[in-house]
Design a protein around this ligand. Structure first.
Ligand SMILES: [Zn+2]
Length: 122
């Protein structure tokens, strides 16, 4: 028999599903981008080398962003697991639903995010 827990509410399940499919998508993107970065291409001349380096840089930047987002998504899934999902990590108030819909991995409410940005915490 299923045990009712904090995380079994319909809303949380919806976010959890959204987070899970986001994680799968990011993992695919990461794999593809990584393959692009690692793909060995012998440039024909210095112009080709230049544009190849540029594309490489762009791909590396993208790889970085995907990785960061994937970490956020995984951290959010851990919060779903431990029941702290949707609670602001700063003021401990509930993160508004509209914010979670826009950013299901949100860790902080808007005012705490702004405060942290102002203090350059991240
Ligand atoms: Zn807050």
């Amino acid at each position: 028999m299923a045990v009712a827990t904090k995380r079994s509410t319909g809303k949380q399940v919806r976010y959890e599903n959204a987070l899970r499919s986001m994680r799968a998508e990011l993992q695919d993107l990461l794999r593809d981008t990584r393959q692009d970065v690692l793909a060995e291409q012998v440039p024909e001349d210095s112009i080709a080398l230049g544009s190849q380096n540029l594309l490489q840089d762009l791909a590396v930047g993208q790889l970085h962003r995907y990785k960061q987002l994937l970490e956020e998504v995984e951290a959010a899934l851990r919060r779903v697991e431990d029941g702290s999902y949707g609670v602001c990590g700063g003021c401990r108030n509930a993160i508004p639903v509209r914010r979670l819909q826009a950013l299901p991995w949100a860790r902080y409410c808007v005012s705490c995010t702004e405060l942290r940005q102002a203090l350059s915490l991240n």
